[in-house]
Design a protein around this ligand. Structure first.
Ligand code: 5GP
Ligand code: MN
Ligand code: MN
Length: 334
């Protein structure tokens, strides 16, 4: 069971001295909070722990303690006793270079909370009930009797805040709120986290929001809404792709909408699709149809092709799955 795996993971951490840790590409607050929360705990315990990422940490997350200690994956040549992936459904999510580093490690520990996790580790601690991977890391540190410093607490608190949308999403459980409270007891910097995540928007990113809202469309029933972030809207607003983080919340906030979708033209002919559902559609299944994954209420995928074609394809599939569900349950579920 899960508790046995947590115990085993705690033992593995105590037994080894030489770690490499990583998380998924295009990292979010949970990815980075888990990475640096566990990484700092290992370093504080006097172990060698190398945190790696293929790209620089997005500016918005650079306030997180430990972010300057994260190294560029391609710079890391050493071998490690234990590799740890955090918040990754499968090993490809870590990026190609990290895969090579992880494969050179003696053993692989996979810590995640995605329902679509592929159990690719030698040891897997996967809890789809956890709101964030950071919530699991808190339990792991407790189990391993490793102190949760205020720096670690700020990382794990950021993980929970971002993955629950500040305690708004369905994954907000009593347990996750309790963990958040305990992290505040440990000195997590609540206001600092809020300020950096939600009160530091650039003018360009708000202009991008305006472009995005102009593009907002709805299906006939008003149950599926989508927004398009084209190369053009990025260019005309002066924003970067990272600035589109959070736009999907506007899409799913529209009254009557069950599924919100954002199409981002990250490169010409490379479209990143984000899905959110409010009450009942399993968007993990929907994203999986296009080679992606995630959670029941939040998932994503990347599809190659022309923006307009992909929009049509994805919206058709979304409606198909939505209509199938409504038929099976004898009408729209509330
Ligand atoms: P977002 O839409 O915010 O990028 O991602 C929502 C959720 O889906 C996150 O938990 C993220 O890890 C997951 N996700 C996003 N894109 C992909 C993807 O291409 N593959 C997989 N397996 N998961 C994804
Ligand atoms: Mn994540
Ligand atoms: Mn997560």
């Amino acid at each position: 069971g899960l508790m046995d795996n947590l115990e085993e993971a705690a033992t593995a951490i105590k037994m080894h001295d030489n770690f490499v840790l990583t998380t998924h590409i295009n990292p979010d607050g949970d990815a980075l909070g888990s990475l640096m929360g566990l990484g700092l705990a290992l370093l504080n315990a006097g172990k060698n722990a190398v945190m790696i990422m293929p790209h620089p940490i997005p500016v918005a997350f650079q306030f997180m303690p430990g972010s300057r200690q994260v190294q560029k994956t391609s710079d890391v040549l050493a071998r490690f006793d234990l590799g740890i992936t955090l918040d990754c459904t499968d090993i490809t999510r870590a990026g190609e270079e990290a895969q090579k580093v992880l494969q050179r490690a003696g053993k692989l520990l996979n810590i995640d909370h995605h329902i679509s996790n592929q159990y690719f580790g030698d040891l897997n601690v996967v809890d789809p009930q956890a709101a964030a991977t950071g919530e699991i890391i808190y339990d792991l540190l407790l189990k391993a009797k490793m102190p949760v410093t205020s720096e670690i607490a700020t990382n794990l608190y950021t993980a929970i805040i971002t993955d629950t949308g500040s305690f708004q999403h369905q994954n907000t459980t009593a347990k996750c709120l309790r963990t958040a409270a305990l992290l505040l007891d440990c000195g997590a910097a609540h206001r600092v986290v809020q300020q950096h995540l939600y009160e530091q928007r650039s003018l360009e990113s708000l202009r991008l929001l305006a472009r995005g809202l102009e593009s907002l469309s709805l299906n006939e029933e008003g149950t599926v809404a989508w927004m398009t972030i084209s190369r053009d809207s990025l260019y005309s607003s002066g924003a970067a792709v990272d600035d589109s983080e959070g736009l999907i919340d506007y899409v799913k906030s529209l009254k009557g909408v069950e599924v919100g979708i954002v199409f981002k033209e990250v490169n010409p002919s490379e479209i990143k699709v984000s899905f959110r559902s409010n009450n009942y559609l399993d968007v993990n299944k929907l994203a999986a149809h296009f080679g992606g994954g995630g959670h029941e209420r939040a998932a994503g995928c990347t599809i190659n092709g022309e923006l307009g074609d992909i929009e049509q394809l994805v919206i058709r599939k979304t409606e198909e799955q939505l209509f199938a569900m409504n038929e099976n349950s004898g009408g729209p579920r509330k």
